[in-house]
Design a protein around this ligand. Structure first.
Ligand code: XUL
Length: 529
């Protein structure tokens, strides 16, 4: 019998499912369900509920539950061998939180298959909507918690990150402050990941060390709830949080709701879920310390696996628990493709190939011309006043500007990720801009590292399926090795290797010091304005 495992990813805009066959190393099924399109009655736009306040970004937990019903119906209709699935795991958009009443635990234990999940969950929510990771309405609460924990560095070393508006702790604090009665009625607080795992398991599921680290509430070194952080956040918080546990750990058999209604194997294990980024680390096969991926997407992110917990004293980066044990690190630059697209528009460059050609009219190092592309407020480095800044660069110099943009983006990435002290042997590049050979060459040169391209559609859901496999083998008393689990599922695109040009790499070793000094100077002058 085939060894089938199901991974689900409940992300901002969609719910994805991936089924793998562990023996043949094949993805045998994948499907994505877009919330706006499949569930229009929830009235979300890109998965987010409209709100008059642009800082407030909420979504609906009932929509996520309804999507789960819909996904199982679809898999049944598509004749996925649900009866042969051995374990289910998954991931959720990080930081988002779900607030449950005392009734929830009992309801989860006896979900009625004759009704929908939404009908079953009646009376189980103490807060109708969930704040999600795009929310930035908790600046005051971030300041209060950070202050109580002793400032940026102590907060980061205690919880893995400085306080961030989207993180769950500041969101819980705001809820407690603004809706104290509803907070008091809240018996359980779940993350998106643990809420979805709870539906599958038919009981309140633990939060894992990956997603738990995105809350400003977990002691990152000990992987337990941090008493001071809980105290700094909201009263009686400890009683409302579930246990922390490794992702993939078996919770029990899946709820009969799914077996009776959709024919899911009654022996299948429901396991602990994680966040989408930790799951992607697995889906991309980044299980050895020092393995790093760079995603050149809407925003640019650099993430990778880390053996020992090292936090960023400047509070720019994050450390999360890795599903493969140990830790992972993540750093997010908001002005990624966003800035590259703006630049292409600005110089009326037709397409990305042309952008690469224009960039290649100049030489590595750009004769010292640089650019800070803060079209939007930037996360790293923290900059609240958007704006473009140029050094020794004429605005009409299209080629100079294109090179300056991407070189500066990559130098910023190298500079601000130096605290991680990971020196990768190779970098996996993914996301839209990784298809561009000219950009990939600049990346390899600035980082002075080999770069391989990897295609990662549904890397988080794949990570979830691999996590399910690991959890199932562990529950069966085996000691599965992660390298054996991921092998064959996440190979880079063949012949996509780009090697650094040694001469160019040397140029950047010098230039990065100048870049760093200039960036500091610009930030200082902005602060003085
Ligand atoms: C990570 C973060 C986002 C969400 C996206 O800190 O906020 O990447 O996880 O779903």
């Amino acid at each position: 019998m085939a060894k089938l495992f199901l991974g689900l990813d409940s992300s901002t805009q969609s719910l994805s499912a991936v089924v793998i066959d562990l023996d043949t190393r094949k993805v045998v099924y994948e499907h994505s369900l877009n919330f706006d399109q499949a569930l229009p009655h929830h009235k979300t736009l890109n998965g987010v509920l409209p709100n008059r306040n642009p800082l407030v970004k909420h979504s609906s937990p009932l929509m996520w539950a309804e999507a789960l019903d819909l996904m199982f119906s679809k898999m049944k209709k598509d004749r996925v061998a649900l009866g042969e699935i051995l374990a289910v795991s998954g991931s959720g958009q990080q930081h988002g939180s779900v607030y449950l009443t005392a009734r929830a635990a009992q309801t989860l234990g006896k979900l009625n298959p004759a009704k929908s999940l939404v009908e079953n969950l009646k009376g189980c929510l103490s807060r109708k909507n969930s704040p999600i990771w795009m929310d930035s309405s908790t600046a005051a609460e971030c300041g209060e918690i950070r202050h109580k924990l002793g400032g940026i560095r102590p907060t980061a070393s205690a919880t893995g990150s400085d306080t961030f508006e989207r993180f769950t702790g500041p969101q819980i604090r705001k809820f407690h402050k603004t809706e104290p009665a509803a907070y008091a009625k809240t018996e359980h607080i779940a993350l998106v990941s643990s809420f979805m795992a709870s539906l599958l398991a038919g009981k309140i599921a633990p939060i894992d060390f990956g997603d738990g680290a995105g809350m400003n509430l977990m002691d990152i070194a000990k992987k337990i709830w941090h008493p001071e952080a809980l105290k700094a956040t909201a009263p009686k918080l400890k009683t409302k949080l579930p246990a922390l546990a490794p992702s993939g750990q078996a919770i029990g058999k899946v709820s009969p709701y799914f077996t009776e209604k959709f024919g899911l194997n009654p022996e299948a294990l429901a396991t602990v879920w994680t966040g989408d980024n930790p799951a992607s680390v697995i889906g991309l096969g980044l299980i050895q310390p020092g393995q790093v991926a760079i995603s050149l997407g809407t925003s640019d992110t650099l993430f990778g696996s880390m053996k020992k917990c090292r936090t960023d004293g400047k509070g720019e980066g994050h450390v999360f628990g890795s599903p493969a044990g140990g830790y992972m690190t993540l750093i997010c630059f908001k002005n990624g493709s966003l800035a590259r697209e703006k630049m292409r528009e600005l110089y009326s460059i037709k397409n990305w190939d042309k952008f690469g050609e224009v960039l290649n009219q100049t030489r590595p190092g750009n004769d010292g011309k640089m650019l800070l592309p803060w079209f939007e407020p930037e996360i790293v480095p923290r900059v609240n006043q958007p704006g473009i800044h140029r050094l020794d660069l004429e605005e009409q110099d299209a080629a100079g500007n294109c090179r300056a943009l991407f070189e500066s983006q990559m130098m910023s990435m190298r500079l601000h990720s130096a605290w991680m002290k990971v020196s990768p042997e190779r970098i996996l590049a993914t996301g839209g801009a990784s298809n561009n050979p000219a950009l990939l060459q600049v990346l390899a040169n600035v980082m002075n590292c080999r770069v391989h391209r990897i295609e990662v559609s549904k890397s988080a859901a794949l990570g979830g399926a691999l996590q399910a496999a690991h959890g199932w083998l562990t529950a069966a008393g085996q000691k599965p090795k992660w390298e054996n689990i991921v092998a064959g599922f996440s190979d880079p695109v063949p012949n996509s290797e780009v090697r650094p040009d040694k001469k160019a790499a040397k140029v950047y070793d010098g230039l990065i010091k100048e870049y760093s000094a200039w960036e500091r100077q610009v930030i200082k002058s902005l602060a003085a304005e």
